[in-house]
Write a protein that binds this ligand. Structure first.
Ligand code: TYM
Length: 325
């Protein structure tokens, strides 16, 4: 079975972008692939963070993944720091990764701007650790949103550099994009993100979700209710595509272009379709929260299984690079 690896940071509330851009696709992919999903806590400490919150966020992120439909029967799930081989391989990869490649990473440039007082080596080496996450399992496929494509390309580069120097050990992993690889935030301009506070959280209070959607930016050229709109440039329509059936999409498209419906009508339909899908997830999250030992257990079993796979790769790597064993 072909192997998949993907990860998510425990840095804040999981939002609609994470869900339709990645997690929902992960659930489908578990039917066909040998899947490993990871809560990447070591990535989360590359920027300022609340020390007291990290543990809670890590557990909460895992809980949401389970609530969204990932199951330990169909995939492996664990916390990055529980499998030490990730950071060990990252060190070795540091020694084949040119600094120039890291300096040109868009995320590094963005985060360096956002965190001027703390531009640390870990922030720059972030994609190297990401390459180690993927390659320590020799995963060939990486399902992510569009913002992570550049990092996966770097993983390919790292695999190529390592293989050229030491021999063919690692595959060059390929990206798998979901049907909604880029969801913009409610500002209608920037990618929906935890840091930009332009997101709608999956487990957020329902009134607050509606309030954010109600006021979300749509086609900026549709100023008055009677102006025709263009769904192609409307982020709310992009979210509709992720939640609404085809006939609804056709109706919305026509209604918007002819101004027979207003943006609020469109948003009400979206909210109802969205909540039809999200309500069961939110209910499952509540029940998992009452059974947190189960979540901890899933993570522990996942780490044990993944550690064994990663240890095999590391034995091979240590031998290949000439370490005294
Ligand atoms: P993270 O935690 O930022 O996001 C998790 C997943 O959600 C996707 N995503 C989005 N998709 C569409 N629209 C959006 N607005 C949106 N926002 C987030 C992301 O693309 C991602 O797939 N570096 C990674 C975590 C990571 C990883 C890995 C991923 C660490 N190691 C190895 C794959 C393989 C990250 O920060 O994801």
């Amino acid at each position: 079975m072909k192997r998949i690896f993907s990860g998510i940071q425990p840095t804040g509330e999981i939002h609609l972008g994470n869900y339709v851009g990645a997690i929902r696709n992960w659930v489908y992919l578990t039917e066909e692939y040998d899947c490993i999903f990871c809560v990447v806590d070591y990535h989360a400490i590359t920027v300022e963070y609340e020390i007291d919150e990290l543990k809670k966020r890590t557990l909460e992120t895992a809980l949401i993944l389970l609530a969204c439909g990932l199951s330990p029967e169909k995939c492996k799930m664990f916390v990055q720091s529980h499998v030490r081989e990730h950071t060990e391989l990252a060190w070795i990869f540091n020694c084949v990764t040119p600094i120039g490649e890291l300096e040109r990473m868009t995320q590094f440039k963005d985060k360096s701007r956002q965190h001027r007082a703390n531009i640390n080596i870990g922030l720059m080496g972030y994609p190297v650790l990401q390459a180690a996450d993927i390659l320590v399992y020799k995963a060939g496929y990486v399902p992510v949103g569009e913002d992570q494509v550049q990092h996966v390309e770097l993983s390919r580069e790292v695999a190529r550099k390592f293989n050229a120097k030491y021999g063919d050990i690692f595959p060059e992993p390929q990206v798998i994009l979901s049907m909604a690889p880029k969801i913009l935030g409610v500002d209608g301009t920037n990618k929906m993100s935890k840091t930009l506070n332009n997101y709608i959280g999956l487990l957020e209070d329902k009134d607050s979700m509606w309030e954010k959607l109600r006021t979300a930016v749509t086609d900026v050229n549709r100023v008055r209710r009677k102006d025709p709109g263009n769904p192609e440039v409307c982020n709310v329509y992009t979210i509709h595509r992720a939640f609404s059936p085809n006939e609804t999409l056709l109706e919305i498209d026509k209604g918007c272009r002819t101004a027979s419906i207003g943006c609020i009508d469109c948003k009400k339909t979206l909210f109802s379709n969205m909540m039809a899908e999200l309500d069961p997830i939110r209910e499952k999250a509540v029940s998992l929260n009452n059974n947190i030992d189960y979540v901890i257990d899933v993570l522990k079993t996942g780490a044990d299984t993944c550690r064994a796979i990663a240890a095999e790769t590391m034995d091979e790597v240590r031998k290949t690079i000439g370490l005294f064993m």
